[in-house]
Design a protein around this ligand. Structure first.
Ligand SMILES: Nc1nc2c(ncn2[C@@H]2O[C@H](COP(=O)(O)OP(=O)(O)OP(=O)(O)O)[C@@H](O)[C@H]2O)c(=O)[nH]1
Ligand SMILES: [Mg+2]
Length: 390
């Protein structure tokens, strides 16, 4: 059921959305929380709002600490490479040794828990691109309720492009998996693709609310969606609906609090256990989540990680070529599966869209080498694209 918030609470929510500084956001969220009636229908919303409040307070605290100490380390890691993948696992699961083996990052490995206390980045090469792996400090039960650095670790996960969950095969891996996925879920981070997706682009779509249906509304109409948004005083927006979406999903999207992260599971230390445990875990997780048995110690299985990440992220590489050159660029553009020539043109420069005449394509999506195509043509991994402009 939607939370059915009274108008005062919705008004307060508007203040939260408009707040600019962390201090303003904290004040606005506090007021929002006290305006929300407490009952079963608002439980999830309040849980989320309180968690968000805790995040903001920690952010403020960290900022103050950094200011008073001159600088000091931060929990935020700037993205580099084709995608940022956070290594998430319980203490001692082998995250640091994996990071060291995969990326040559200099990181401490030790047989006692909570060795890594700050996120550590490293670059993993896959063919001609690189993924940034970030070891997160260990996740533990209660992380989503703010235990220890839990809020920050989940913040790292929320900001990532994908997750690699690291399990210690020799120490109750199923319990570890349950705990980690449970904490993620409490923080509204999902590791399985949702059946539907709502994207609200505020201030887009000219005047008024426009609903673009690439999927189906379940148990509600376009009108219900418009009325819901208006009740939150959102009057100008483009609402994109993908897959199957309920009015609840739309309301959650107003709060912007659902995240889906492509995820792989690394069952580490199989040198100690053998690989039958891998099959056991594979059986209980949804098919879309790849489960790899690995050993950071012996190197077993490590070569497959790059390709597995590439597939689960659903990205493609496209090489652009100038019309009078023989060779394409060596650095590919990284695009999402399903991207079109339009996305390629836009990624080069917006003027390429405005002045577009046609494109020529070589590679998997071309019917024949050098095929002439328009902006709607769907490109594929390893395509070479040559754009001709006016
Ligand atoms: N046998 C075996 N031991 C491993 C493997 N990977 C890691 N270890 C050992 O497990 C212990 C913990 O490894 P770390 O890489 O420090 O684990 P971590 O997950 O980073 O731990 P925290 O940072 O404390 O959360 C160390 O003694 C490692 O040598 C593996 O694949 N096989
Ligand atoms: Mg570590």
């Amino acid at each position: 059921m939607p939370a059915n918030l009274p108008p005062e609470a919705k008004e307060k929510w508007l203040k939260v959305m408009e707040a600019k500084t962390v201090e303003e956001k904290i004040r606005a969220l506090e007021e929002f929380i006290s305006a929300v009636p407490k009952h079963k229908g608002t439980e999830n919303l309040l849980y989320w709002a309180r968690r968000r409040l805790r995040e903001l307070r920690e952010e403020l605290e960290e900022r103050r600490r950094r200011r008073s100490s001159g600088k000091g380390p931060t929990f935020f890691i700037e993205k580099e490479g084709a995608a940022q993948i956070v290594l998430l696992g319980m203490a001692n699961s082998g995250k640091s040794l994996l990071l060291r083996r995969l990326t040559n990052a200099e990181v401490e490995v030790a047989d006692y828990p909570y060795t890594t206390r700050r996120p550590i980045p490293g670059m993993l090469r896959f063919e001609d691109i690189q993924f940034q792996l970030v070891e997160a400090p260990a996740i533990m039960p209660g992380a989503a309720d703010g235990v220890a650095w839990g809020t920050k670790v989940l913040g790292l996960a929320r900001n990532a492009d994908g997750l690699a969950i690291v399990l210690d095969a020799s120490n109750k891996p199923l319990y570890q998996l349950k705990t980690i996925v449970g904490e993620l879920r409490k923080a509204h981070i999902h590791v399985v693709k949702p059946r539907g997706r709502v994207v609200i682009e505020k201030g887009r779509g000219g005047s008024g609310i426009r609903v673009a249906l690439s999927g189906r509304l379940i148990g509600c109409t376009v009108n219900d969606v418009m009325n819901l948004l208006k009740s939150y005083r959102i009057y100008n927006a483009l609402v994109k609906i993908y897959g199957e979406v309920t009015i609840d999903d739309v309301e959650k999207a107003v709060f912007g609090n659902i995240a889906y992260k492509p995820t792989i599971i690394l069952v580490n230390k199989v040198d100690l256990t053998g690989i039958s445990i891998v099959e056991k875990i594979r059986k209980i997780v949804p098919r879309e989540i790849p489960v790899l048995g690995v050993s950071a110690k012996t190197g077993y299985g490590l070569n497959e990680i790059g390709k597995t990440l590439f597939d689960v992220l659903e990205i493609i590489r496209v090489y652009t070529k100038q019309p009078n050159h023989d060779k394409p660029s060596d650095q590919p553009l990284i695009l999402r599966k399903g991207a079109t020539v339009y996305d390629v043109a836009k990624a080069i420069h917006s003027s390429f869209v405005e002045n577009f005449r046609y494109a020529k394509i070589w590679g998997p999506s071309a019917k024949y080498p050098g095929e002439r195509v328009g902006l709607d043509h769907v490109v594929m991994d390893k395509d070479i694209v040559e754009i001709h402009v006016k």
